[in-house]
Design a protein around this ligand. Structure first.
Ligand code: NDP
Length: 478
């Protein structure tokens, strides 16, 4: 049967764009549909704008540090609107780059939503139908608000980059990547941040000692971080004043009223915590997780399995139960990180267009949380490794030269988890400025299976923070 194209990609984010370009480079006829902006979450409303905001907020402490180093620098003022204008210009530029890359690769772009109508055919929003030998679902995910009356009043991470003005007081709900990164960024930009996390410690899944140090640093920066705390009730400002939460239906009505005509749903909110505290803030930001964008794509109708969290079910080759349809990236809810989606896209092209079946290697994926200080991690936490057998823990925490000279008490952590039997470094955990940069390099050694002795044989680079990774001689615990 003759198809209109060899590959139809739904979703123009990091994974979809990479797969489309790589497939087109093999000579395949490729088409791609994106209903929103080209570049997807990472480029338009995730990693890229977030990192630029990390840079923006990191300047806050520089004047005082610089003064300690002898510079005559006055305290500055942050102009959100000036920054926001530059930020959006940059995002527009990057979107253009993505578009040109696709154009240059010969990929036909449809600025439209697309859905599957059968295993080899998609329908665009205008009703056009396009047949394809293979279809790739790369539709990503979206932020999810908790199921709580009044939650419509809250913002999600997508909204942050469009603030008309920075709030004075912000409540962030959640203790994951986005909640912690946004808390640090916005506190750094001068917002008074309160963070509620329902668990006992933020950043579940990371090494206990490392996340403990990040939490300590966040509190030291002025963030009011409350653990074991969640929202019990919320509504528009003033709605909880009588000391009792209004009935759910009433709150929802109030929330809808507050929403009508508002740009992004949120306004001044009253919140009652599960610990009984009543507070009023300018906005509530929900960073309580993300959900795969699998709805309304016609997937279940053609026999593709959708999991409990809304994820498209795939095998190790990213293939769905329908052989001609594959899915990569956050829509599959495996490891929700941009570089992983890109690798899944490349493995898909290897498998389908080079006839070299290539499973994606999800082992030892390094990660960085861009808090201040950053947390970089690869491999097992101390807790995970201890469950698996005897280990040695090498760790050091110290005041780094640069900020200590300026009188700061901020500490960093360098930590290695070593298997007693094989001597392999099972995990590396770094809490420090630029930990994201450091962990990228440490991850190469860990992925190669380096032993503690390989680290020891490596000469230190002095004076750096990371040199501690190769100079720790004695385990602090076994
Ligand atoms: P995460 O899954 O990391 O965190 C969600 C947080 O919300 C957790 O602390 C969770 O608590 C809490 N939570 C969930 N449901 C509720 C609820 N009903 N009420 C209160 N709290 C709740 O999700 P994020 O949205 O922060 O990030 C999504 C993903 O995006 C990340 O997992 C990561 O893969 C990716 N990402 C990566 C970044 C990076 O690489 N630097 C940056 C940003 C995002 P609990 O722990 O108790 O479940």
């Amino acid at each position: 049967m003759a198809f209109d194209c060899d590959l139809f990609v739904i979703g123009g984010g990091s994974g979809g764009v990479r797969a489309a370009r790589m497939a087109a480079a093999t000579g395949a006829r490729v088409q791609l549909a994106e209903e929103s902006r080209m570049g997807g979450t990472c480029v338009i409303r995730g990693c890229v704008p977030k990192k630029l905001m990390v840079f923006a907020s990191s300047f806050r402490e520089l004047p005082s540090q610089a003064r300690a180093y002898g510079w005559d620098i006055p305290e500055g003022h942050f102009d959100w609107l000036a920054f926001r204008a530059r930020l959006h210009t940059e995002l527009d530029r990057l979107e253009g780059v993505y578009r040109r890359l696709l154009d240059g690769s010969g990929v036909t772009i449809h600025d439209s939503r697309a859905r599957l109508v059968d295993p080899h055919e998609v329908a665009l929003a205008d009703g056009r139908r396009i047949s394809a030998k293979h279809i790739l679902i790369a539709t990503g995910g979206r932020p999810e608000r908790p199921d709580l009356p009044g939650a419509e009043l809250g913002l999600v991470s997508d909204d942050i980059f469009n603030f008309a003005k920075l709030p004075e007081r912000l409540l962030i709900v959640g203790g994951g990547f986005i909640a912690c990164e946004m808390a640090c960024i916005l506190q750094g930009l001068g917002v008074r941040v309160t963070q509620f996390h329902r668990g006992a410690q933020i950043l579940r899944g990371f090494d206990d000692e490392a996340r403990g140090l990040v939490a300590e640093a966040m509190r030291a920066s002025g963030i009011s971080l409350r653990v074991g705390t969640n929202i019990a009730a919320m509504g528009p400002k003033g709605s909880l004043d009588d000391g009792f939460a209004a009935p759910a239906a009433e709150l929802q009505l109030d929330a809808r009223r507050a929403l009508s005509g508002a740009l992004s749903g949120s306004g001044p909110c009253a919140v009652r915590s599960t610990t009984g505290e009543l507070c009023e803030v300018d906005h509530v930001l929900f960073a309580t997780g993300r959900r795969p964008n699998s709805d309304g794509l016609g997937l279940e109708e053609i026999g593709i399995g959708i999991g409990r969290r809304g994820q498209v079910e795939v095998n190790e080759y990213s293939q769905t139960a329908v052989p001609s349809v594959y899915a990569i990236g956050d829509v599959t809810d495996r490891v929700n990180l941009t570089p992983v989606a890109i690798r899944e896209g490349m493995a898909f092209v290897e498998t389908v267009f080079h006839a070299r079946p290539t499973p994606v290697d999800h082992a030892l994926i390094p990660a960085a949380v861009f808090t201040q200080p950053e947390l970089g991690a690869v491999g097992m936490t101390e807790e995970e490794a201890r469950d698996q057998g005897p280990i040695e823990v090498y760790a050091t925490s110290f005041r780094p030269m640069r900020s200590a000279f300026a009188g700061s008490d901020a500490r960093v952590l360098m930590k290695l988890i070593v298997c007693t039997e094989t001597r392999r470094v099972l995990g590396c955990h770094i809490v420090a400025p630029e930990a994201g940069e450091m962990i990228q390099l440490a991850a190469i050694a860990v992925k190669m299976g380096a032993t503690k002795e390989d680290f020891d044989r490596t000469c230190a680079v002095h004076p750096t923070m990371a040199e501690e990774l190769v100079t720790m001689r004695n385990p602090v615990r076994r």
